[in-house]
Each structure stands twice: as structure tokens, then as C-alpha cells.
Write a protein that binds this ligand. Structure first.
Ligand code: FAD
Length: 387
């Protein structure tokens, strides 16, 4: 695949850059993204962005908004503020799940609330004892009349502590039947507790735990529900969004690597040692060439996956390749950006140490690098390492 944008996509890229420089970059001054943003701040930010998002949407003609254009937008927003990009992406995630699998009633009630920022969503699969293998979830929802009684703990959940809604993957029991299913839990009517989990990077991105203790959830809040839990059909819903999510993460990683690279290039042209710019030293040039090539390779992998999605084709293998290559690449490239800055690269006075810590967060979620590789190899060999 040769990556060449169409005229419309070029226009969208310009509009996305303009939107980011006018609306997103000023937020970096107005809010402290060195700690998780609060529920109130999320509401304010979303309200302040909404009019500009609507204007952007009008200018774009949404019927033309293809996956490649969305990819361009993702790159631009991630370059400006990865914590905010992750927060918004994860907070609106349940709207996508509902759009794909929710009942008409759930869609009508909750999608507008999530998209208008009135409700913050989260997607809760991971548990203290269950990470890479979601089929092992231990949280239970037991049918009791018109409700389920949900018990369990979820961990490492994006937007957990600021959430008003959670799409919870759990073991659903209906009489003698048991299987994995999804419940939409509305904190207003089905209260649950939460806490923050501090982490190495993406400091402004709230990530935490959810605690469900005899939490009563109406049966009408079940999402999907094939009625045949043992068939594993409902578990497939959990996996279905992964192709797009992994590709989006790959582009987020590309954007972070690109941002660190741009800083490294500027620094290499300003800093002088041995009577010349450090960019004139051959080993710095080698790093610049390696970084640039790796970023381009990752970007091409990500856009190949997007282009398959655009054609309506499955792209599990391509999305996994893009995700693991791009996220590992971002760790390496941001680390080299620090190297090019010398000791200054380790200082909080320069942006590259923050970008390095942010990039380090991406090789784990939505399937670790190892899990992505196992999926790629399974697709090639027709042999699974998972059983
Ligand atoms: C920033 C961030 C945001 C997140 N957001 C969410 C969210 O919104 N919702 C949610 O549900 N979860 C979320 N997670 C959790 C994430 O999905 C899990 O961390 C991830 O699936 C890995 O699980 P684990 O951390 O328990 O690692 P484990 O599964 O315990 O893995 C530990 C190590 O063992 C390796 N390993 C595991 N199984 C195998 C195998 N079969 N073969 C080879 N190696 C293996 C892994 O690659 C890893 O190196 C998030 C995590 C992060 C870091």
C-alpha cells in the first residue's frame, strides 16, 4: 500500500491541525495534566471543545469521514496531548459498544448523554487476577427477578474514577446457565465505588479500580445477550472492537514518537559540541535516520489496517502487527530522543522525558505486545499458543 492522501483527506488534515492548535493546545496551559483530570474538568473541557467539534464536523461532511481521516485526527490530537486523547477516547467508548450491540432503548437513552459529555463512560474487563485472558473474568452477575446482582473488582480501568457509566464484562448466571456477558452499569441508579491508580506516564489520564458490591443492575441493561452464553457468542462482542482500538493505539504511538522525534531534530540543530551542531555528528545522524524510518514503518502499518477497515475487511493480523510494532517503536524512539538531548533529555524542563513516560504506557493495554504476537503467529500458522 502506498500512502497518499486524497484531496479531501489533505483538507481534513489541515482542519485537524487548525482545530488542535486553536482548541486543544491552549488546554495544556489552562489545566494541569500532571495529575488525573477530574470529572468536573472533563465536563468543562468537553463543553469547551463541543462547539469547535461541531464546526469541524460541519466543514468535513461526515458522510465522507473515512477511517483514514479519523486516523489523521487521532495523530494530531495525540501529538498535542496524549492524556486528553486517551481520556476522551475511552470516555466515549461505551457509546460505540452501545451503537454496535445495545438495545434500541439503551442506545436512545445513553449514546446522546455520552457524546454530549453529560455522562463519562468506561469499559471494564480487567480484574486483579485476570488480564491477558478476558475469558477468565471472575466478576459475577446473578439474575434476581428483573435485575442482576453484580459483584467483583475491576482494575486498570481507563476513566474509572470519573465514570458515570461502566460497560462491565462479567460472568452472568441465569438459573443453571452461565457465560460471559456485558452489562451497562449506570452509577446514578446502580451505585459502585472507584479509586485512582497512579502510574508512570499519561499522568493526566485517569486510570483506576471499580468495586461492585451487591450492585443491582436492571436486566434491560444487558448489552447483546445471545441467550446462549455457553456458545461464547457474547465474548466475541468483547473482542470485536479490538481491531479498531489497536489500530488507534498504534497511531497514538506514532504521534508520540513523531512529537519526540521533532523535538530531537530541533535540538540536534541547536546544540553544539566539539565546535559543531550535534546533528553534524554521524552517530546522531544514524539515530535520526533510524527513528524516522521506524516511525514511517509504524505509520504505514497502521494506515494499512485502517484502509482494510475502510474496505469492510477483517484485519486482526494487520491491527495486531501495527499495535505491537508501533507501541514498541514509540518506546525506542522516545528513548533515543532523550539520548539526543543528553542529560537535558532526562530533565522535566524538556518535553521528551514526559513523552517517553507516556509512550511506555502503550505496550500493555488492549493486549500486550506478547499477546499481539501470538495472534499474528496464530493467524499465519493456523496453530494457537493460547490453549
Ligand atoms: C493505560 C492502561 C489503560 C487500560 N485501560 C483498560 C480499560 O479501560 N479496561 C480494561 O478492562 N483494562 C484496561 N487496561 C488493562 C489492560 O488491558 C491489561 O493490563 C492487559 O490486558 C494486560 O493484563 P495484565 O496487566 O493483567 O498482564 P498479565 O496478563 O498478567 O501479563 C503479564 C505478562 O505476562 C505476559 N503474558 C500473559 N499471557 C501470556 C501468554 N499467553 N503468552 C506469553 N506471554 C503472556 C504479558 O504479555 C505480560 O508481559 C489498561 C491498562 C493500561 C496500562
Amino acid at each position: 500500500m502506498f500512502l497518499d492522501y486524497t484531496e479531501e483527506q489533505r483538507l481534513i488534515a489541515d482542519m485537524a491541525r487548525d482545530f488542535v492548535s486553536r482548541e486543544v493546545l491552549p488546554l495544556n496551559e489552562r489545566y494541569d495534566f500532571n495529575r488525573p483530570i477530574t470529572r468536573e474538568e472533563y465536563g468543562e473541557i468537553w463543553q469547551s471543545l463541543l462547539p469547535a467539534v461541531m464546526r469541524l464536523a460541519e466543514g468535513m461532511d461526515l458522510s465522507d469521514l473515512d477511517y483514514i481521516s479519523v486516523g489523521i485526527l487521532i495523530e494530531e490530537i495525540f501529538k498535542a496531548n496524549p492524556s486528553l486523547a486517551c481520556t476522551i477516547g475511552m470516555a466515549v467508548g461505551p457509546a460505540v459498544t452501545l451503537h454496535l450491540f445495545g438495545s434500541v432503548e439503551l442506545k436512545k437513552k445513553y449514546i446522546p448523554l455520552v457524546l454530549s459529555g453529560q455522562k463519562v463512560g468506561c469499559t471494564a474487563i480487567t480484574e486483579p487476577n485476570v488480564g491477558s485472558n478476558p475469558a477468565g473474568v471472575q466478576s459475577t452477575a446473578v439474575r434476581d427477578g428483573d435485575s442482576y446482582i453484580l459483584n467483583g473488582t475491576k482494575t486498570w480501568i481507563s476513566c474509572a474514577h470519573i465514570s458515570d457509566l461502566a460497560v462491565v464484562t462479567c460472568r452472568i448466571r441465569e438459573g443453571k446457565r452461565e457465560g460471559i456477558g456485558l452489562l451497562l452499569v449506570d452509577r446514578g441508579t446502580s451505585p459502585y465505588d472507584s479509586s485512582e491508580l497512579p502510574h508512570i506516564g499519561l499522568k493526566g489520564f485517569p486510570t483506576g479500580e471499580l468495586y461492585f458490591s451487591d450492585c443491582q443492575v436492571p436486566c434491560s441493561n444487558r448489552i447483546g445477550g445471545s441467550g446462549n452464553e455457553e456458545s461464547g457468542e457474547d465474548l466475541k462482542m468483547v473482542f470485536q472492537g479490538f481491531e479498531y482500538a489497536r489500530t488507534a493505539m498504534a497511531l497514538g504511538a506514532v504521534a508520540m514518537a513523531q512529537a519526540a522525534f521533532d523535538h530531537a531534530v530541533s535540538y540536534a540543530k541547536e546544540r553544539r559540541q566539539w565546535g559543531k551542531y550535534i546533528g553534524e555528528h554521524q552517530m546522531i545522524q544514524e539515530m535520526i535516520a533510524d527513528m524516522s524510518t521506524a516511525i514511517d514503518a509504524a505509520r504505514l502499518l497502521a494506515y494499512r489496517a485502517l484502509s482494510l477497515l475502510q474496505q469492510g475487511k477483517r484485519c486482526d493480523r494487520e491491527a495486531c502487527m501495527a499495535k505491537y510494532y508501533a507501541t514498541e517503536m514509540a518506546v525506542e524512539v522516545t528513548s533515543k530522543a532523550i539520548q539526543i538531548h543528553g542529560a537535558n533529555g532526562l530533565s522535566e524542563e524538556y518535553p521528551v522525558e514526559r513523552i517517553f513516560r507516556d509512550a511506555r504506557m502503550f505496550t500493555i493495554p488492549d493486549g500486550t505486545t506478547q499477546i499481539q504476537k501470538l495472534i499474528v503467529a496464530r493467524d499465519i500458522l493456523g496453530l494457537s499458543a493460547f490453549c
